[in-house]
Design a binder for this molecule. Structure first.
Ligand SMILES: [Cu+2]
Length: 149
């Protein structure tokens, strides 16, 4: 069948317009000590992202990983390897909570907000529950969650 250049241009235009726009890569470093003085941190510990953005966990210091603690309904959970760069694509709207498996008791935790915080009540409960078990930096998770707007 004959397809004109105009038809091809129209189809291409449609494909380009429906492709995800500006999906961003957001780096979160895993640190023994951050510039702001905190020990055992994800930096930044709060990230505001959009649907289809990707978080890249960077093993700047050794001995850390990233594991999800809570994700929105139908979003994928994750358990990253230690000492390897690890990517998490954020496909659903809501609040994501995560921790380093080795240093969760020391408050090595983080929060990601994607679009509207549709599961904020669940996130509040989980943060309170996990913070109660921590031995250090007990207020860090709450402070990160407070940045959800
Ligand atoms: Cu760690």
């Amino acid at each position: 069948m004959y397809t004109s250049k105009i038809q091809i241009a129209a189809i291409l235009g449609l494909v380009l317009c429906t492709a995800p726009v500006n999906a961003a890569d957001i780096e979160v470093t895993m640190l023994d000590k951050s510039e702001t003085g905190g020990m055992l941190t994800f930096e930044p510990s709060f990230v505001k992202a959009s649907v289809n953005d990707t978080i890249i966990f960077i093993p700047t210091n050794k001995g850390h990983n990233s594991s999800s603690l809570l994700v929105p309904d139908n979003a994928k959970t994750w358990k990253g390897p230690f000492d390897v760069e690890f990517r998490v694509k954020l496909e659903k709207e809501g609040v994501y909570l995560y921790a380093c498996d080795a240093h969760k008791p020391m408050g090595m935790v983080g929060v990601v907000q994607v679009g509207n915080p549709v599961n904020m009540e669940e996130a509040r409960k989980k943060v309170a529950e996990e913070s109660a078990k921590m031995r250090m930096n007990k207020d860090r998770f709450t402070k990160a969650l407070e940045q959800v707007k």
